[in-house]
Design a protein around this ligand. Structure first.
Ligand SMILES: [Zn+2]
Length: 640
């Protein structure tokens, strides 16, 4: 067994060199020996030196303060998400509020070191820098601060509660609510445009209208909080957390998008044609954007549910391990044991790379399946280090199907990142940038090739011909390529909102302008300034930054290419699996162990030898599909 090794960089002491001693007085040529001069008093440390010493102490103390805030909030959140009760909910809200207040206070206290940041040792400076991005700061005025917290909570709960209507049950007025999953299911399964439109509109109107005014006020208050700690606005704070200037980061994501746009355009073109054939010119015009209610997803962000319509070669080499999983890991009689066995498959992948088995506590403390009623839980899969001390857990409602097998590998990517860096100062216990964290497990998914699944006894036979390759790539592209422009536009919209570039009456129009520009999709019915369609997306309602998902979608292919190179693989990128390769594993581990202790460019370099994010690995991976799409689209007027 191999423990993760850490290289904690020795702190380069800041230059506290004493000022030069005055030149010694020359003694007169002939004189009585003078009595020795009184010893010079030790030089007074300069103001900057005193401050630098205080900064080092501040950072050391900060670790303890943050640790308590983070652990308290995380313990309370875990309790609530695995057992939703009024009591747990109140405790979680309280701990989250304490965390937000505590972080804001620390950021404010740390501002006195701003003038000497350049003179601090790199480690102290980095920890102070990361602190500024540790959360949404609260405005100075406690009344406004409380209002901000209240609005944030209200928006999340409006979204979570869903669209509610009054119905009569046994003659009594009763409220009945449908959540996003209920409407999403219709978008996934139905083939009737009217039914799809009704589901789309009910959700967008129901949630959006209720969120509109709250969100506009939220923007004002959140900006006040950002200004109170020295940012221009929230936009500057969000764009600034990437070890480069906010403007440089913005230019960087645009560059990445330019790289992959040609592939997206081909996928869009082919998809539009198939949908046009299916629904006719009236519903899907041959040119222009695709109406966004027809893509199998509420926000048109992934198109995987269209695969049966878009499958390039019908019935060729269907890669679906679900039937085998259902047989091997039956829900009865012991669902927990079956779910654990599926997680063991994921663990075995990481262990095959040379990483440690998961700690015993992982198996005792995780939530693997949905508990029986009346207990309520948040089933949405997530991965935790609850006490920031290798206290790894996942929370999932595992079913024996392919999607969940892949999700397990995604979640364990987070777990192994936590495990690699949990001994670092707490502010470093995060991804090199927020895109890294989401990319770790997804990178492993790219190694779950048909050949790998066959080796694990999950796939009876492997068909390796061109048609099977195109089918398999289409399936992945409908998730990962379709997602790219959406992953990009959500925060492009929010950056413009927080910076004041667009005003509340323009919110909805700007949302659709960006959806048109990047995704090539349009609202299915005319929209107005009274609508607030962004509010119908969880991450907007819950104020979770989104650019990380775009970055992760790019980084996972870049990581995959680098790991395959380390593993000595020389074939086409989509056929590479690093399963069982210790060299690739060691390189991955070395990057993970850095956490956020270095700029992300250094972490990326550690693994890939490159200092820039680069989407060319996506094009390399999907080269067969891109060629196939270009052939299919020949002579078509692509674009919108
Ligand atoms: Zn994740």
């Amino acid at each position: 067994m191999r423990k993760p090794t850490f290289v904690i960089v020795a702190l380069a002491a800041s230059c506290a060199c004493p000022p030069k001693q005055p030149a010694p007085q020359l003694a007169p040529a002939v004189a009585e020996p003078a009595p020795p001069p009184p010893p010079a008093p030790p030089p007074e440390p300069s103001h900057d030196e005193v401050l630098a010493g205080q900064a080092e102490k501040f950072v050391a103390d900060m670790d303890g303060v943050l640790r308590k805030l983070f652990v308290d909030a995380s313990v309370a959140e875990w309790a609530n998400e695995t057992d939703i009760t009024d009591e747990h909910e109140a405790a979680a809200a309280k701990a989250n509020q304490a965390q937000a207040d505590g972080i804001t206070q620390l950021i404010k206290d740390a501002r006195r070191f701003d003038p000497i940041l350049d003179k601090l040792d790199p480690d102290t400076r980095r920890q102070l820098m990361l602190l500024r991005f540790a959360g949404q700061p609260a405005p100075d005025d406690p009344k406004l601060s409380a209002e901000l917290a209240k609005i944030a909570e209200d928006m999340t709960s409006i979204y979570g509660k869903g669209v509610c209507t009054k119905v009569k049950v046994k003659g009594k007025d009763t409220e009945q609510c449908k959540i996003v999953d209920d409407y999403s299911k219709i978008l996934q399964d139905s083939h009737r445009p009217a039914e799809l439109l009704a589901a789309w509109q009910t959700w967008h109107d129901g949630i959006g209208h209720e969120e509109h005014d709250l969100f506009a006020r939220y923007v004002e208050l959140a900006n006040a909080g950002a200004r109170a700690v020295g940012f221009k606005d929230v936009s500057e704070q969000w764009r600034g957390g990437y070890d480069m200037s906010p403007d440089a980061f913005e230019a960087d994501v645009d560059r990445l998008w330019t790289q992959v746009k040609p592939l997206y355009d081909q996928l869009h073109c082919y998809t539009r044609r198939v949908l046009n054939k299916k629904y006719g010119d009236k519903v899907v015009p041959r040119t222009g954007p695709i109406p966004s209610h027809l893509l199998g997803n509420m926000w048109a962000q992934t198109w995987g549910y269209l695969y049966p319509d878009l499958e390039p070669y019908k019935g060729v080499a269907a890669i679906d391990v679900t039937p085998v999983l259902e047989k091997k890991f039956p829900v009865k009689p012991d669902p927990v044991e079956s779910a654990k066995q599926m997680v063991k498959i994921g663990e075995a992948f990481y262990v095959s790379l040379g990483m440690d088995p998961l700690p015993a506590t992982f198996w005792e403390r995780s939530m693997f399946v949905q508990p029986p009623p009346p207990r309520k839980v948040v089933c949405h899969a997530s991965s935790w280090d609850v006490t920031y001390s290798d206290d790894l857990r996942i929370k999932m409602c595992i079913k024996p199907d392919q999607e969940d097998l892949f999700t397990i590998h995604h979640e364990l990517g987070h777990s192994y990142y936590f495990q690699a860096y949990y001994k670092l100062p707490i502010i470093y216990q995060q991804g090199a940038n927020d895109g890294f964290h989401e990319a770790i497990g997804d990178t492993i998914q790219l190694s779950m090739t048909p050949a790998y699944l066959h080796e694990k006894g999950l796939l009876a036979k492997v068909t390796s011909d061109d048609k099977a390759t195109i089918n398999a790539q289409m399936k992945v592209a409908l998730e990962k390529i379709a997602f790219l422009p959406f992953g990009l536009m959500v925060d492009k919209w929010r950056w413009d909102v927080f910076s004041g570039k667009v005003t509340p009456d323009q919110y909805n129009q700007h949302w659709w302008d960006l959806k048109l520009k990047y995704q090539g999709v349009a609202p299915p019915i005319p929209r107005s300034a009274a609508d607030f369609d962004p509010g119908a997306k969880y991450h907007v309602a819950a104020n979770v930054p989104y650019m990380r998902y775009f970055l992760a979608a790019v980084l996972q292919f870049q990581f995959h290419r680098a790991l395959c190179k380390k593993a000595g693989f020389t074939g086409p990128l989509h056929e590479c699996s690093i399963y069982g390769n210790k060299e690739a594993g060691a390189a991955y581990q070395a990057m993970l162990a850095l956490g956020a202790s270095k700029p992300w460019q250094d972490a990326l370099y550690e693994l890939t030898g490159e200092r820039d994010m680069d989407a060319s690995a996506i094009l390399e991976y999907f080269a067969p599909l891109q060629k196939w799409l270009e052939d299919q689209n020949k002579g078509q007027a692509c674009g919108w």
